[in-house]
Ligand binder design. Structure first.
Ligand SMILES: [Zn+2]
Length: 91
């Protein structure tokens, strides 16, 4: 295989890998959106109402680092954990 050809096929493999990575990221994003769509919707509503960043259960402030990690969070960690223990995730 001439050097040119070889370089091109390696680039193709790189392109394929890139495509797979992009598709995987998109599917992961869609998965997150379909699972958390309601919660993201509520987070956006709270943003519009000016109550974003306070827990919808206890009214306490949600730590900024939690919002940074999970921008759709509408509850503080302890209320969310309590919900999850009761099996009512995202409800
Ligand atoms: Zn709370």
């Amino acid at each position: 295989m001439p050097p040119d050809e070889e370089r091109r096929s390696r680039a193709d493999i790189g392109d394929q890998a890139q495509l797979v990575r992009e598709r995987t990221a998109r599917e992961a994003m869609l998965q997150v959106l379909s699972e958390n769509g309601d919660q993201i919707e509520r987070a956006l509503q709270r943003l519009a109402q000016g109550t974003y960043g306070s827990c919808e259960d206890c009214g306490g402030a949600i730590p900024a680092e939690r919002l940074e990690f999970k921008p759709e969070a509408t509850r503080c960690v302890s209320c969310q954990e309590a919900r999850e223990r009761w099996g009512a995730t995202g409800a």
